[in-house]
Design a protein around this ligand. Structure first.
Ligand SMILES: [Zn+2]
Length: 292
């Protein structure tokens, strides 16, 4: 049985669900305190996390959990279970707007010190945990250092490299099937090739970005998303069809993580209308060279 009982409900509707659910079922016999879910799309990760919460709380037959039919499963699918906490954008935006994000997280500390309300586990899901600020990340790290009976944590991120290494090392990592990336369009592919060649030769980049009007915001954003796509391939070791991903893979795990941070900062900079796109692109090119 691979959860066919619930194939029509939202808990099991994500890429590779049958295999992932089978793994979650196995994992649930000795549930790790912290589970990192990477790969897939943001929606896939969230659904898989809810499926994990349901697996841990389902009252159905162990071989078919989550059954998606018992009250525990249904409450989790509707996100109304008292043993489910989802820390996402909505969590920070909802309720009392005077409280800071940090205050809201602090309010969870006494809850994590208590056993769950029901017979299963209390599951706290951190959606897109790579975006949490470092105060919250540190608080989470401290939380994971202490035993929290009946409480388990789930950290969602596109790739484990985007999370603090110390968080990942304390967690079990589950990888969902990687989304199929699309090849970049020819003009973006040319810019990407120029960027990678600049890392090796130190040449041919500033002529490009210095040409008036060549590097506008739209081009810069497309190049950024092409870089992100190749990074995803490189991180997954899925490089056989992409020379760019093979070049990126040579950066090694630390270099790939740095490139990811560089891309995130560049994305932020490009969101500010006063920042010149060409300068951001120059910064991407040199930020990776400066440190090797
Ligand atoms: Zn159930």
């Amino acid at each position: 049985m691979t959860g066919t009982a619930c194939s029509s409900t939202s808990l099991c509707a994500f890429a590779g669900a049958a295999q992932v659910l089978a793994r979650l079922r196995t994992l649930s016999t000795h549930a790790p305190q912290s589970l990192v879910i990477e790969g897939g799309t943001e929606a896939d990760r969230k659904t898989a996390a809810l499926a994990w919460a349901a697996t841990l709380n389902c009252t159905g037959e162990p071989a078919t959990r989550p059954c998606c039919q018992c009250p525990a499963c249904m409450q989790i699918a509707r996100r109304v279970s008292r043993d489910l906490i989802v820390v996402d954008k909505q969590f920070f935006e909802e309720s009392d707007s005077k409280k800071s994000g940090m205050d809201k997280i602090r309010e969870l500390l006494p809850i994590w010190g208590q056993p769950p309300c029901g017979a299963g586990s209390r599951v706290t899901i951190f959606s897109e945990a790579q975006d949490l600020n470092h105060y919250i990340t540190n608080l989470l790290l401290k939380t994971l250092e202490e035993p929290r009976p009946g409480n388990v944590f789930v950290l969602l991120a596109p790739q484990r490299e985007r999370l603090l290494q110390t968080l990942v090392s304390r967690s079990f990592v589950l990888t969902l099937p990687w989304p199929e990336p699309q090849a970049p369009e020819p003009d973006v592919a040319e810019w990407l090739a120029a960027l990678l060649s600049f890392w090796d030769t130190g040449q041919g980049w500033f002529e490009r970005t210095g040409t008036k009007g060549a590097a506008d915001r739209a081009l810069a954003l497309r190049l950024l998303s092409a870089c992100q796509r190749e990074l995803t391939l490189a991180v997954a070791g899925n490089t056989q069809h992409s020379a760019a991903a093979r070049r990126l893979a040579r950066l090694g795990p630390l270099g790939l993580r740095r490139f990811d941070l560089v891309l995130a900062s560049a994305q932020e900079a490009l969101n500010q209308p006063t920042v010149m796109p060409a300068l951001v692109l120059d910064w991407i090119a040199t930020a990776m060279i400066a440190k090797g």
